[in-house]
Design a protein around this ligand. Structure first.
Ligand code: NAD
Ligand code: GLY
Length: 368
């Protein structure tokens, strides 16, 4: 079993990564089951595929399982489902000392984390992520949220889990397109500050995507190590270090907005195209070697991820996409901080980006 510690003083916790961990979760989670009971929140897709494994293991360890099963999809990160979840937890007489298990992707993790942060002024929760995106990113670091009419993730809290338990074999039932979208977040860690890991993605990423257990475990471990270090350094995104995790997200958010935050472009797919755009824009500004931008584009293309406006199914022009960026929640005092790169593994936060120039770049991309 690989163990990564997120060092946050009293809020520190472990990330455990092990093939088959779900089938041994009874032993691992027993110390967290107050009065021999655990509430497990999941969605219908995960309930059909992974919940039986967890349920069997917990029951074998003598733990009573109380499942709460919600609909799948981004619309579950809503006031309506938050209220439904809180009512269900209150009906089960959850107390502050209880641990709620979030079994699922980023949607379940974000919703359960937020519910845990406000229920009875805060009870504990455990992340058991079942998508690649959640295993390498959203289950670690304590960002929790629901969506508002005004935009995604606008209502939430920083609230760390008590434990993250990752079983790479849960990805066996994940649709390949979801795995590929999550893989964009894996590549992101290489691009931020780990060129050797990006080179591993180029040489071995296809093994992960084909379901190789060692490749999955290696990539998840390296990703959560990187994320744990960043979160320990800048938990609340105040120094700029955690903001590096948003590489590709400003362009990606605009692409997602143009495609209506729909199945036309999954979040990770938007991030993939966004990272390619961020590197090509950095090359256009003379900051980054064109060869590095070309390598990023080539790898994303090779694994079948969107890497430009056409493959992201985006139709808006540059001004339209920049219009979406103006609604980005990172906008501060009329300036939008941008993640740019001096090369692969050399990402930095720039506050000097001129949005009219970004629009001209995007128009040039459209015309290419
Ligand atoms: P998701 O939770 O919607 O899961 C994607 C789909 O896969 C869903 O249909 C789900 O039911 C299904 N699924 C999950 N695990 C499965 C499995 N093992 N087998 C079969 N089906 C499975 O999406 P996601 O990509 O995991 O997460 C996206 C969400 O994460 C967004 O809301 C985003 O805002 C959030 N997010 C949060 C953070 C953070 O730091 N908190 C970071 C990145 C993204
Ligand atoms: N996914 C970005 C962050 O956790 O900060």
């Amino acid at each position: 079993m690989a163990l990564v510690r997120v060092a946050l003083d009293a809020r520190s916790y472990d990330i455990l990564i092990e093939q088959g961990a779900l089938d041994r979760a009874g032993d691992t989670l027993k110390p967290y089951a107050r009065n021999g009971r655990l509430v497990v929140v999941t969605d219908t897709n995960v309930a059909a595929t992974q919940l039986p494994r967890l349920d069997t293991s917990l029951r074998a360890a003598g733990i009573m399982v109380e499942p709460i099963i919600l609909p799948p999809g981004e619309q579950t990160k809503s006031w309506r489902h938050l209220e439904q979840l809180l009512d269900a937890l209150l009906a089960l007489e959850i107390e502050r000392g209880d641990h709620i298990v979030a079994l699922g992707g980023g949607v379940i993790g974000d919703l359960v984390g937020f519910a845990a942060s406000i229920l009875k002024r805060g009870c504990r929760f455990i992340q058991v992520p079942t998508t690649l995106l959640a295993q390498v990113d959203s289950s670690v670091g304590g960002k929790t949220a629901i969506n508002a009419r005004a935009g995604k993730n606008l209502i939430g809290s920083f609230y760390q889990p008590a434990l993250v338990l990752i079983d790479p074999s849960t990805l066996d039932s994940l649709p390949p397109r979801e795995t590929r979208a999550g893989y964009a977040e894996v590549v992101k860690y290489g691009l931020i500050d780990d060129p050797a890991f990006f080179a591993w993605c180029e040489s071995d990423g296809h093994r992960l995507l084909a379901g190789d257990a060692d490749a999955r475990t290696h990539a998840i471990g390296r990703s959560v190590q990187a994320k744990a270090a960043i979160v320990a350094d800048d938990e609340r995104e105040t120094t700029g270090r955690r903001a590096l995790l948003n590489l590709g997200h400003t362009f990606g958010h605009a692409l997602e907005a143009d495609t209506g935050f729909s199945d036309r472009l999954l979040h990770g797919e938007g991030v993939a195209a966004g990272m390619a755009l961020a590197f090509r824009y950095s090359a256009r500004l003379g900051l980054c070697p064109q060869a590095d931008a070309d390598r990023v584009t080539a790898h994303l293309q090779a694994v079948g991820l969107p890497h430009d406006l056409a493959t992201a199914h985006v139709t808006a022009d540059g001004a339209g996409l920049v219009g979406h960026m103006l609604h980005d929640k990172k906008m501060a005092a009329g300036t939008l901080p941008f993640l740019l790169a001096r090369g692969i593994g050399a990402t930095f936060l720039s506050k000097d980006v001129v949005l009219d120039d970004v629009a001209a770049f995007l128009d040039a991309e459209r015309a290419a």
